[in-house]
Design a protein around this ligand. Structure first.
Ligand code: DGT
Ligand code: CA
Ligand code: ZN
Length: 579
């Protein structure tokens, strides 16, 4: 009986080989979408195949359903076996290396006879890849980097893939009559950008009833281990979740312990020792008297050590313990501090909703403004804004503003800075906008000097207020471009250009560390959803969490300004606009 993950892997592999074989693009994309849908489904695909209800699942049509039924019945897929007659299975691994892709994978196989990762690495080193027509030393270096990154990623999942599942489980557990406290601990509570597994800590009137119910949840694929107070499961999506039911009196100690990070806990223990105390999952002990304080609440652990309460997002041993000891922790930004979103898309480019729909969605969640920032003309696949279409869009924005009460739509654009270092709209168009964001969407492989020159052009332009997703990284998938972050931060501070924390959980760009450095250098930030449909506004939670992990205070973030404050700021020229 194949698991969702196994079915998804077979479909994903099929899609990758179809792409490599250059079959019709829409065909392999359909298989790819189905693979993703299967991998992300929280119910058993195999049992839906048994019920004959596969085609009720989005992205799964008749022909894909037939493939899944075949996999369920036989454990394999004939179509894929046929491809394996033509291409070695290990070629798929090669195709997945960043810097390779389907075209190059096929070429290294056909022209160099390479089919394994080891052979690929050797060929990248000995110059045979650099010698292929259209390739060079740089391509070979990129491939080596790609191999290194695949090795480094391990099995870590993205926070945004994990947290919704964890929260669904928390909700179910909280509603059980036996449950008292149920909380997420570990890296998911610290809102780390990637997560290995989910740790849940609970107290209950009947621990065994709670762990029992947990092990029976419909999203459980497999129970890895279980006892009266502990249970580990794996979900259909391959995520491991550990539930620990702990004594009420020690709830605070154990929640603190299992929230981590390990580095934070080690530092906390050292501090405790210096104060003649001992901290562990069994309580806080006064070494001299041997007296043990049990904490039913987490704040008590910190209080006993003479510390301010430390928010989970800060617990990475990056100076938070020292700051808590001297009462100098930052006033961290909170969701309610954001008053608007300055980077989102409408159906004028690749968004899926009208300007009015996006505005209403933002208004509904309590925002006072948005900036509609559609893509510009040179964006490959997207129908971006030309100066002419921009003028038309401005008319629509004016109409929306007329209709809306107590809400403001600012005119904006996410202007490409092209590979040749030229902004994708002329200054006359930029001058028509309230807020201009510039992003890099092409030429990712340029060297540092070229990338930095594009950044300089953008930031020194008097109309450009912010840089979108400044490093271009996609977590686990694509490295940052060759940016010199220190120089970008300095330039941002000098030119009065804000740097974005893009909230998409694949991006989180700037990351926590860079955001903190930017704040320290006096640069401003914006926290944006980059929403392409109304529901994407929910992504802001990940951007806010990243900001909190970066010690960001509300005053650093432009979109904490009120609508009037924002209007005022935008009425004035950028500071330090001259070279
Ligand atoms: P990850 O890798 O995303 O699962 O990260 P965490 O932080 O959730 O790590 P995990 O699941 O291995 O352990 C959860 C917490 O338990 C961890 O943050 C701190 C605590 N912990 C685990 N092992 C140790 C240890 O050896 N020493 C200390 N002081 N704490 C530990
Ligand atoms: Ca964990
Ligand atoms: Zn973008």
């Amino acid at each position: 009986m194949p698991t969702n993950a196994e079915i998804a892997t077979i479909l994903e592999t099929l899609a990758e080989l179809m792409e490599l074989d250059e079959v019709n693009k829409f065909k392999f994309i359909a298989v790819q979408n189905a693979a993703r849908r299967v991998a992300e489904s929280n119910f058993s695909i195999e049992s839906r195949a048994a019920d004959g209800t596969l085609t009720e699942i989005p992205d799964i049509g008749k022909s894909i359903a037939a493939k899944i039924e075949e996999i369920v019945a036989t454990g394999k897929l004939g179509e894929l076996e046929e491809y394996f007659q033509k291409y070695p299975p290990s070629l798929v691994e090669i195709e997945r290396v960043q810097g390779v892709g389907p075209r190059t994978a096929r070429r290294v196989w056909e022209e160099l006879g390479i089919s394994t990762m080891a052979e690929l690495e050797a060929a990248a080193r000995d110059g045979s890849i650099a010698g292929l027509a259209g390739m060079g030393k740089k391509s070979a270096e990129n491939i080596l980097k790609g191999i290194r990154r695949l090795e480094a990623r391990g099995n870590r999942l993205l926070l945004g893939e994990v947290l919704p599942v964890a929260e669904e489980i928390l909700d179910i557990l909280k509603q059980m009559p036996e449950a008292r406290n149920v909380t997420c601990a570990g890296s998911a509570r610290r809102m780390k950008e990637t997560v290995k597994d989910v740790d849940i800590i609970a107290t209950a009137t009947d621990p065994e009833a709670l762990t029992g119910a947990f092990s029976q949840l419909p999203l459980v694929e497999e129970v890895i281990g279980s006892g009266p107070t502990k249970c580990s499961i794996r979900t259909h999506t391959g995520l491991q979740i550990d539930l620990r039911v702990v004594p009420d009196a020690l709830y605070g100690n154990l929640l603190q312990h299992f929230t981590g990070s390990k580095e934070h806990n080690v530092a906390l223990r050292e501090l405790a020792i210096s104060k003649g105390m001992k901290v562990s999952e069994y309580g806080v002990e006064d070494t001299a008297s041997g007296m043990v304080h049990e904490c039913d609440m987490e704040d008590n652990v910190y209080q006993l050590l003479g510390l301010e309460y430390i928010a989970p997002e800060l617990r990475e041993n990056n100076g938070e313990i020292e700051a808590a000891a001297t009462g100098s922790l930052p006033r961290l930004i909170e969701p309610g501090d954001l008053k608007g979103d300055l980077h989102l898309h409408s159906d004028w480019s690749d968004g899926h909703a009208s300007i009015m729909e996006m505005a209403l969605a933002a208004k509904k969640r309590g925002f006072k403004y948005i900036a509609v920032s559609d893509h510009t003309q040179s964006m490959g696949m997207v129908r971006g804004l030309t100066p002419e279409r921009l003028e038309k869009q401005l008319e629509e924005i004016a109409r929306v503003n007329d209709e809306l009460d107590g809400f403001r739509v600012f005119a904006s654009a996410e202007v490409d800075v092209r590979s040749d270092g030229v902004l994708d709209l002329p200054d006359e168009s930029l001058a028509r906008l309230d807020f201009v964001t510039v992003s890099i969407h092409s030429g990712f492989n340029q060297d540092k000097q070229q990338i930095m020159e594009r950044m300089r052009v953008a930031m020194e332009n008097p109309y450009v207020r912010a840089i979108g997703h400044p490093t271009g990284r996609l977590i686990n998938r694509r490295d940052p471009y060759e940016v010199d972050m220190e120089a970008i931060i300095a330039m941002a501070a000098r030119t009065g250009t804000a740097l974005e924390i893009n909230s998409h959980f694949q991006r989180l760009d700037l990351n926590d560390r860079h955001a903190r450095a930017a704040q320290a250098a006096g640069a401003k930030l914006v926290i944006n959803s980059d929403a392409h449909r109304p529901g994407h506004l929910d992504l802001l939670r990940y951007g806010i969490a990243t900001a909190r992990r970066g010690w960001i205070e509300p005053g650093t973030v432009l979109n904490t300004l009120s609508a009037a404050g924002m209007k005022n700021m935008l009425a004035k020229p950028k500071k330090g606009r001259a070279k």
